[in-house]
Design a protein around this ligand. Structure first.
Ligand code: T46
Length: 136
């Protein structure tokens, strides 16, 4: 079975002054970037996400701290730890995602292939399975 976990590596361009990572749409990021947002200040014990996107593709990079993300394509579920500013997680369309275990300093940067569109969200797991053609 093909893994849902696809990492995108961002080589650090630092020197003795410190580190720098460049994120370029269509190059280091495998789509044109239409939107950037970040999650921060997530409280202890809070779980976020709990949805899928019909079309949207994203790359999530934990630039500070750490959190966990689970990915579910309706057939398998995998969980990863996001804890590196030089490695992003590619989240394809029609993948259910949940995030938890945010460290207090976690800043999760997300690069998105489309502008914000609430109609692209599937926020009900049964509906997600139905749109995949699977029984809940
Ligand atoms: C995702 C995970 C990783 C906007 O108005 N514009 C935006 O670009 C975004 C992303 C959200 N919003 C609004 C919608 C909600 O009223 O901000 C509020 C919080 O969004 P949401 O509850 O969807 O947040 P998360 O953390 O559950 O999910 C977010 C992204 O929405 C989602 O696409 O994949 O982060």
């Amino acid at each position: 079975m093909v893994s849902l976990v696809e990492w995108v590596d961002f080589p650090p361009l630092g020197d003795d002054r410190g580190s720098l990572v460049a994120l370029e749409g269509g190059k280091t990021v495998p789509f044109a970037i239409e939107r950037v947002y970040y999650l921060f200040g997530t409280g202890r014990g809070v779980s976020r996400g709990h949805h899928a996107h019909r079309r949207l593709q994203q790359v999530a990079v934990c630039v500070t701290g750490h959190c966990r993300m689970s990915l579910d394509d309706g057939g398998q579920r995998e969980e990863v730890l996001l804890n590196s500013p030089t490695r992003g997680l590619l989240i394809r369309s029609m993948v259910w995602r949940e995030m938890c275990d945010f460290s207090p300093d976690c800043v999760l940067l997300v690069l998105a292939s489309e502008h914000y569109d609430e109609s692209d969200y599937i926020r009900d797991y049964g509906r997600f399975l139905a749109e995949l053609g699977r029984d809940s």
